[in-house]
Ligand binder design. Structure first.
Ligand code: 5GP
Ligand code: MN
Length: 342
């Protein structure tokens, strides 16, 4: 992790800044990006936020959302130009350029100073300035700390604060994961002080489902959940046709994997979805079992110890079969993952 003085020096004069985050941004990815963008604009920089793909509509309320550029083949030339003209390129909430698709190689070749702000495990070494902290609960927490260390805490207003709050709230599972440190609660106390509407943010993110999304959840839990108590594992697999039947939108499957993990005694949960171009996987674990190591070793992915993702170019059926066939070799780890002494 670099000293804050390096960032102070870099941002001393107004600069052309771009901020990007991972494919299918979640609330931490978008919230940390828009929170940082709001701050840097107040400091006089010209800031553009570019996401490598679209993101759920339940994030559209964030301040600065209307100015976000969503990469597509159609605006490829514009995005390439912005990347090549940026003096500073912030990479938020991911640590591996493969996570941002086509934009990864454009950024790798760009001449601007690359600044990594992230909390995932095992970063790829591509940044010039590194503000990664794997013990942070959220990238939004690191952004808050960076603004504070720059001596600019007073510039955090309700709009910036609500974007950062969204990132911290969602990445801590609404303040229940072990990552919810004392520092997290102190930050939230500060955000309340400046007028962040915490309850509204929670409602906007979690209580904005369409009727069809809720019926899809019911279907997935009733008909698609597979429970393997002998491996303390539960998973849900979803076909492309099922996504279509429920008119599934970006973000509609978010959180589904957590239901599989909420069964008593289950230590490992997976959500396996046929996204047509590839099969996308979400992994969650409790206790000592590392979802990150599992995703990394078998599904070209990674993330955090207890929350990771991966992908497969096999069919959905073959991916599910591979997933199930791997479980016996993890049996001991899975059976001992949960410490029940509490
Ligand atoms: P989710 O299951 O919510 O999509 O992702 C869980 C965590 O794993 C997030 O922190 C996310 O950034 C990370 N993640 C998801 N998919 C991938 C992937 O394909 N590769 C890597 N390295 N990380 C991923
Ligand atoms: Mn995050």
């Amino acid at each position: 992790m670099h000293n804050i003085n390096a960032l102070k020096e870099l941002l001393q004069e107004p600069k052309e800044v771009m901020i990007t985050t991972h494919h299918k941004p979640d609330a931490d990815a978008l919230g940390s990006s828009l929170g940082l963008a709001g701050y840097l604009k107040k400091k006089g920089h010209r800031v553009t936020v570019i996401t490598p793909s679209d993101y759920p509509s339940f994030l559209n309320w964030m301040e600065g959302n209307d100015d976000v550029i969503v990469y597509s083949e159609k605006n490829d030339a514009l995005v390439q130009r912005i990347i090549s003209e940026s003096q500073v390129i912030f990479c938020l909430d991911f640590n591996n350029l493969a996570r941002i698709n086509e934009m990864g190689e454009y950024i790798r070749g760009a001449k601007g100073t690359k600044v990594l702000v992230d909390h995932h495990l095992q970063p790829e070494n591509f940044a010039d300035l590194d503000y990664a902290n794997t013990s942070a609960a959220a990238t939004a927490e690191i952004v808050y700390e960076l603004i504070k260390a720059m001596g600019d805490k007073d510039l955090i207003d309700a709009g910036i604060g609500e974007a950062l709050y969204a990132g911290i709230m969602t990445d801590t599972g609404s303040f229940r994961h072990p990552s919810t440190s004392q520092n997290v609660h102190l930050i939230i106390a500060d955000l309340l002080q400046i007028g962040v509407r915490t309850s509204d943010v929670h409602r906007l993110i979690y209580d904005s489902s369409s009727e069809l999304r809720l019926r899809f959840l019911g279907y997935a839990l009733k008909d698609k959940l597979v429970v393997l108590p002998e491996f303390r594992t539960a998973y849900i697999s979803i076909t492309a046709d099922e996504l279509k039947a429920y008119d599934s939108k970006t973000g509609d499957t978010e959180g589904l994997v957590n239901y599989a993990l909420s069964i008593e005694g289950i230590a490992f949960a997976a959500l396996i979805i046929d996204r047509s171009q590839a099969v996308k996987m979400s992994f969650r674990s409790v206790g000592s079992f590392s979802a990150n190591e599992f995703a990394r070793a078998h599904f070209n992915g990674g993330g955090h110890k207890n929350a990771a993702g991966g992908m497969s170019l096999d069919t959905l059926e073959a991916t599910v079969a591979k997933f199930e066939s791997l479980l016996p070799e993890y049996k001991e780890q899975l059976l001992s993952a949960i410490d029940n002494n509490l």
